[in-house]
Design a protein around this ligand. Structure first.
Ligand SMILES: Nc1ncnc2c1ncn2[C@@H]1O[C@H](COP(=O)(O)OP(=O)(O)OP(=O)(O)O)[C@@H](O)[C@H]1O
Ligand SMILES: Nc1ncnc2c1ncn2[C@@H]1O[C@H](COP(=O)(O)OP(=O)(O)OP(=O)(O)O)[C@@H](O)[C@H]1O
Ligand SMILES: [Mg+2]
Ligand SMILES: [Mg+2]
Lengths: 219, 219
């Protein structure tokens, strides 16, 4: 279960400050499928990075399964992130010098899985997202939608309890997009918690809960 | 007018070759609004880069306003690209060390416009795309959809005759997305030629012509 209260995030750039989040309260129960929507620039990615333990709020509290995230040591936070959380970035964030298969194996390396098992599991999720024939390509040798699908495979490879996906279908055609949504719906049916930012109403209809972010607040 | 015939593009990676385009014939008349659609990985961006004179085909002919592009000197090609063509990349391709306004001024620097006029024109197109209050931000200090809109502003700043846009609304919510489509529709109404890759059927309805790419061929 995720509980956040009074979450604020301010970006400071020299003399300018940008109040990206201005006081967010949200509770997400285990096994929910939450769709986060809202205009461009409203604070969705900022909120997702804080929920995914990738960034810290300027103020406010975050409890994950009853433990206070802001009070945790970095090493414990990294361990939780790698075992409990899968994160699909809006900008994919693939490592350019590793090929597709190696990029997807990364989370399994951190959790100490053997090379043979890592390779087999990475190939399995990559064929689930339709990229079984692109294992040796570098990210720059792929189409936009193919890079997005590699980022999705990497987030799912460790079978995390909670999956955060920031606009996972923006670069995909409707067939590839609905294939991906079916993967998320199946994971949700198996009991995984899904938190997805989307601009796509087709996604929102599959979610169990919808949250609207407008100008840094829940609107 | 754009005329391509027998266009093929093969990517060679060591022993593997990927036939991204396998023989494309296409004519685009001046003032058309062409929507290019097709599955992820089908060759749309590869085709757009060749049409936008950013990449060369492995074989085939490309005539732009009656002149053979493949026979041109690099300097002439660069001059045509900067004066006649605006290109919105699927990956935005903003320069990370320049702020938003400077990124949009770039095409005007190449065409020798004075600093004061460049700044005024850049601010004008940026406010048209809704980013008048983000001029000093660096690309990394923007949301995904804001970066996309900076890339669109940069492509339009030089008032090019032909505008290529590769999935210009993938990261935008429906309101921002339709604002952008309205900008393109207005440019089309003024006589500009628009060639746009999209996965969005709302875009395709605004186009005068639709082209479907499947597996490197017009399908
Ligand atoms: N530099 C490259 N080296 C090798 N293969 C490449 C390269 N760039 C693209 N490809 C391959 O060529 C094919 C076409 O890629 P392209 O980027 O044109 O597709 P696309 O239709 O734009 O897809 P999307 O809708 O996902 O953006 C893909 O299968 C891709 O893997
Ligand atoms: N590193 C940063 N420094 C300064 N401002 C930032 C930074 N990152 C984001 N912002 C600003 O904070 C606001 C929220 O950004 P965020 O990326 O969370 O929006 P978003 O809802 O994800 O938008 P989109 O749908 O376009 O991806 C935006 O107005 C943006 O300009
Ligand atoms: Mg975002
Ligand atoms: Mg593409």
């Amino acid at each position: 279960i995720i509980e956040i209260s009074g979450i604020e995030k301010e970006y400071r750039m020299g003399k300018i400050t940008v109040p990206a989040l201005r006081g967010i309260d949200l509770t997400i129960m285990q096994g929910e499928f939450v769709a986060i929507m809202g205009p461009s620039g409203s604070g969705k990615s900022t909120l997702m990075h804080i929920l995914g333990c990738l960034d810290t709020p300027t103020s406010g509290d975050y409890f994950l399964d009853g433990e206070k995230i802001s009070a945790m040591k970095k090493s414990k936070l990294a361990a939780i992130r790698n075992s409990k959380i899968g994160f699909v970035f809006q900008t994919f964030n693939l490592l350019p010098h590793l090929n597709v298969q190696k990029n997807v194996e990364l989370p399994l390396m951190y959790s100490g899985v053997s090379p043979r098992k890592r390779a087999a599991r990475a190939r399995e999720v990559l064929s689930d997202v339709g990229l079984g024939d692109r294992l040796r390509h570098k990210p720059s040798e792929l189409s936009g939608g193919q890079r997005q699908r590699v980022a999705i495979a990497r987030a799912l490879v460790n079978n995390p309890a909670i999956i955060f996906a920031d606009e996972p279908t923006g670069n995909l055609d409707s067939v590839s997009g609905s294939d991906i949504l079916t993967i998320f719906s199946n994971l949700h049916a198996k009991g995984h918690t899904i938190v997805m930012v989307t601009h796509d109403s087709a996604v929102a209809t599959r979610a169990s809960t919808r949250v609207n972010i407008v100008d840094g607040l829940i609107g």
